[in-house]
Ligand binder design. Structure first.
Ligand code: AMP
Length: 568
């Protein structure tokens, strides 16, 4: 994987400064290809979708061409939705931060047209608009086309899906002949290819050529999150799985710094690694990660290249990678030397489609998971502490402590030894945050995205139910205190729990029914908000896993795997 730095692309210094401010470490693969071609003035067909850095891929060469001294409209970018128009305008404004006199205006249906006309008259050089409203302004002559030298169609296939084909054709046919026409589209249906044929001149197609990649055998989960809750979700997963060493990947240097600060502020041993660090700082961070002083390494893709550490137990895709190949490289940092590894990806909004593509291309399985609730974590933390407590009771002499507690209980009237135990447990569990995350249901299955359409028909909507009341419940024999007797039993993890309206009996029924083993042989069933642990005789574990592969419980697809005894 070759890295192209922005300073190799012969960009205007002011754009370079802006890119540095935005924290971009290197050009994304689509940028590395599209920027030079567009800067040559060629027409471009870019096959890329959201999350690949496509906006800057067409935005940077566009800005190179704009003359800030002329107050005439020089470029139009067409977008399928108002959200995208606003987003693209924001990104281009950020890139133009040091280019004084450049005005970028988003225009879309639903907004006051008089205000838009005023904006257009104030010397706007770049319009980012939805096709319907752009046509409207063309008819009113509030958008004049004579000086337009560049037109960009962003998410052309989406514009087609939304019925804008004719509008696009009308707009393109009214623009000056002498112009540069750039089109970005995730897919290339026939109608889009026709547009390219009719309205572009010998376009150069740019897309990231995919190599055959071997995906490491690593358990891969993903979570649908909101930008504001990402850190909290990451901390919950760190607490729940307790990996010794992990690497979190971010797309920008700035995000690396922010995440390190957040994690350090919450008491985690985290350090950052990115291109701004001097060699000495790099070495210090890497040594501290290798010897385990730093437990979480937060890095950009470029900086993490060449890192060779064997015991990384978890990888976090804090930002979804901009390229499929990055994904494979990232998750390959764990699960080395025959050890188990786990990878967690966070997706925000539409990024879920990027992840679906990664899954398809890498021919791998990225399993949707519900964000663990605080109750889930509290219960698991308490279980872990209780396991240590039982070990201490078995293996050490606690007479002195027993005497101390006896004395306290005798002198403090309203206190029993049980209260003391409970308070000590609370102390050792540390502070809990308020449950600010709605962790009700698992993310959408990536395979289902196509079936339910782009917006998922509301499937991705959270149901607003808090799982705060959902304490873990046990069913059958209590496994907590007799774990050493349970060598004959294997613990399995099922990714469904109380929040999905499942009862322990449903899990028992499914295991017994699907595998044919007697329900009596099934051990304890520990049910939490979003997942369940079930114990089965070790000799049947593999058969149960096989039998449960494509099983539904109460109509819901489930995923069953061996529980990770350290983390869970
Ligand atoms: P896009 O594919 O244009 O929707 O971009 C997705 C996100 O990636 C946006 O937040 C961009 O600011 C960001 N981005 C674009 N180029 C880069 C880059 N070279 N390095 C890191 N982030 C980038």
């Amino acid at each position: 994987m070759e890295t192209v730095k922005f300073d190799e692309l012969q960009l205007d210094d002011r754009i370079l400064r802006a890119v540095t401010d935005m924290g971009f470490e290197a050009a994304s693969p689509i940028q590395a290809q599209a920027i030079p071609v567009q800067m040559e003035g060629r027409d471009v067909v870019g096959q890329a979708q959201t999350g690949t850095g496509k906006t800057a891929a067409f935005g940077i060469p566009l800005l190179q061409k704009i003359d800030p001294r002329s107050k005439k409209l020089q470029a139009i970018a067409l977008c399928p939705t108002r959200e995208l128009a606003i987003q693209v305008a924001d990104e281009i404004r950020k890139l133009a931060k040091y280019m004084h006199g450049i005005k970028v205006l988003p225009i879309y249906g639903g907004q006051d047209i008089v205000r838009q006309i005023r904006g257009l008259k104030e010397g706007t050089q770049i319009v980012i608009g939805t096709p319907g409203r752009v046509m409207d302004h063309m008819r009113r002559k509030t958008i004049r086309c004579e000086h337009i030298h560049t037109v960009i169609m962003d998410e052309a296939d989406e514009m087609l899906n939304m019925g804008f084909l004719e509008d696009m054709e009308t707009i393109l046919s009214q623009l000056p002949e002498e112009r540069q026409t750039v089109m970005f589209s995730a897919t290339m249906p026939m109608e889009i290819q026709n547009i390219a044929r009719r309205f572009q001149k010998e376009p150069v197609t740019v897309k990231v050529v995919k190599k055959e990649l071997t995906v490491p055998k690593v358990t891969q989960y993903y979570y649908e999150v909101k930008p504001k809750t990402k850190v909290e979700v990451m901390c919950r997963l760190l607490d729940m799985y307790a990996p010794r060493l992990s690497i979190a990947f971010c797309n920008t240097k700035r995000q690396v710094d922010e995440l390190v600060q957040e994690l350090q502020g919450r008491g985690y041993f985290a350090e950052g690694l990115h291109g701004d660090l001097k060699q000495m700082q790099r070495d210090r961070v890497m040594n501290s990660f290798r010897n385990g002083t730093t437990e979480i390494l937060v890095a950009t893709d470029v900086a993490a290249r060449g890192i060779d550490v064997d015991n990384v137990e978890a990888v976090f895709n804090y930002d979804i990678p901009q390229d499929d190949e990055y994904y494979v490289h990232r998750i390959g940092r764990t699960g080395r030397a025959g050890k188990d590894g786990i990878a967690f990806s966070f997706v925000v909004g539409k990024e879920v489609y990027k992840l679906r593509d990664i899954q398809r291309y890498c021919k791998t399985k990225i399993i949707p998971q519900a964000i663990p609730s605080l109750d889930d974590i509290t219960t698991i933390k308490a279980e872990k502490i209780m396991e240590q407590v039982m070990e201490l009771i078995r293996e050490t002499d606690l007479t002195k402590m027993v005497n101390l507690i006896e004395r306290t209980v005798l002198t403090e009237e309203e206190c029993t030894s049980l209260d003391v135990a409970a308070a000590l447990l609370k102390l050792s569990m540390g502070e809990e945050n308020e449950d600010i995350i709605d962790s009700g249901r698992p993310a959408r299955s990536l395979d289902d995205l196509d079936r339910y359409g782009r917006d998922g028909g509301g499937r991705g909507r959270r149901d607003g139910r808090s799982s705060r009341d959902g304490r873990g419940s046990r069913y059958g024999r209590d496994s907590r205190y007799d774990r050493e007797d349970r060598d004959d039993m294997a613990r399995l993890f099922v990714n469904i729990g109380k929040s999905q309206n499942i009862r322990p009996g449903d899990v028992l029924g499914a295991v017994a029914g699907e595998t044919g083993i007697s329900g009596k042989l099934v051990g304890s069933i520990d049910m939490y908000d979003n997942y369940t642990f079930v114990e089965v005789p070790r000799e049947y574990a593999d058969a149960v896993l096989r039998a449960m592969k494509d099983v539904k419980i109460k109509g819901k697809n489930v995923h069953v795997e061996k529980a990770n005894t350290r983390g869970r």
